[in-house]
Design a protein around this ligand. Structure first.
Ligand SMILES: NC(=O)c1ccc[n+]([C@@H]2O[C@H](COP(=O)([O-])OP(=O)(O)OC[C@H]3O[C@@H](n4cnc5c(N)ncnc54)[C@H](O)[C@@H]3O)[C@@H](O)[C@H]2O)c1
Ligand SMILES: [Zn+2]
Ligand SMILES: [Zn+2]
Length: 346
């Protein structure tokens, strides 16, 4: 088969490699029908994720069709359409039993395109298949389901639910990339009073309005704190969601939040951020962090079926899987190309 192989920082190619096979009896092999590229894949290519070994197949989001199952797999059969999520679950460790699959200590967690071969390939070996993949209902298309592999559960769990968004709340979302936009989309499930999107890029703020933000602030030109205070009678946002991953925006979130409010960090930080406890200690603020667990995926699937979520609007570009190198080029120049999510199809 062909697959996108990471060869070390800055180097990747679409190569012929051996077809994946069942290794453990709990494995399945899945033909990849749709996949996509994540900002994290760009971090890997920059060399920011050193545990990814040269020779690894990249990618951690896919919808596919089961082509083989191991002897111990009981809930899947050849021909089943499945969502293969960025998080796998061994189903047995303490954390999997608590539905905190992102913390799995039994060989699951974020493994695809990280610790084992990933999903930007024609086929993939899927470990712990029974406890890790989701059968796709017939009436849902790949395009509807694909973003439940990563951005939707991430923004929903680490942003909206950790941030405890409630009806009527003012929700400030810093960063309007795919994650920030998915936070807007899933925050709306709770009928907040106002969603305020903050970003440096006007094009991303236009997207934020399209996705349902009520107010947008370009913090390169405007004082975001002053605007948010103005919108909230001087109190601050009930919830501030950090969806960038740099110190400045985390610190901004801790200033934007009202006393007693919630700061939900979603961004992946490569550098330390300052925690201003000298200002925060009297403000009874709750700060949460988190790698996505994907425990909410069944809920999100239900919302797709009832038409309450329509994440296919994240797709800005489409490429056949064998043009994945061109797709990376478009995705990595999002500022010029306007890319949000790219559909890689068979
Ligand atoms: N916690 C998790 O499990 C998890 C999972 C997936 C992704 N993430 C992380 O979420 C973050 C967002 O992901 P994404 O794919 O949307 O990234 P992205 O790079 O596409 O979007 C980031 C946005 O932030 C904006 N931005 C950059 N600097 C800014 C600043 N100083 N002020 C305001 N806006 C600024 C950019 O213009 C861009 O629109 C990343 O750090 C990513 O690694 C976390
Ligand atoms: Zn990802
Ligand atoms: Zn586990």
């Amino acid at each position: 088969m062909k697959a996108l192989i990471y060869h070390g920082p800055g180097q990747r190619s679409w190569d012929e490699v051996p077809d994946p096979v069942i290794v453990d009896p709990t494995d399945a092999v899945v033909r990849i029908d749709s996949s996509t590229i994540c900002g994290t894949d760009l971090h890997i290519l920059k060399g920011d994720v050193p545990e990814v070994k040269p020779g690894t197949i990249l990618g951690h989001e896919a919808v596919g069709t089961v082509t083989a199952v191991g002897a111990a797999v009981t809930t899947l059969a050849e021909g089943d359409r499945v969502l293969v999520s960025c998080i796998s679950s061994c189903g047995r460790c303490r954390f999997c039993k608590e539905a905190r699959y992102g913390l799995c200590t039994g060989g699951g967690g974020w493994v695809f395109g990280h610790l084992i071969d990933g999903l930007q390939a024609e086929y993939a070996r899927v470990p712990f298949a029974d406890t890790s993949v989701y059968k796709v209902p017939d009436e849902l298309s790949d395009e509807q389901v694909l973003f439940l592999a990563d951005i939707l559960p991430t923004a929903f769990e680490c942003g909206v639910l950790n941030g405890r968004v409630e009806p009527g709340d003012t929700v400030a979302i810093v960063g309007a990339g795919p994650i920030g936009l998915a936070a807007i989309m899933t925050a709306k499930l709770f009928t907040p009073g106002k969603i305020v999107a903050i970003d440096l890029a006007d094009a991303r703020l236009d997207k934020a309005l399209e996705f349902g933000a009520d107010v947008v602030i370009n913090n390169g030109r405007e004082d975001a704190l002053a605007r948010v205070l103005e919108l909230t009678d001087g109190l601050g946002a009930d919830v501030a969601i950090e969806a960038v991953g740099v110190a400045d925006t985390f610190e901004m979130c801790t200033r934007l939040v009202r006393p007693g409010g919630h700061v939900a960090n979603v961004g992946v930080h490569g550098k330390p951020a300052m925690l201003h406890l000298e200002d925060l200690w009297t403000r009874n603020v709750t700060i949460t962090t988190g790698l996505v667990d994907t425990w909410s995926t069944p809920t999100l699937l239900k919302l797709l079926r009832t038409g309450q979520l329509a994440p296919q609007k994240f797709i800005t570009h489409r490429f056949a899987l064998d043009r994945v190198i061109d797709a990376y080029d478009v995705f990595s120049r999002a500022g010029d190309t306007g890319a949000l999510k790219i559909l890689l199809h068979k």
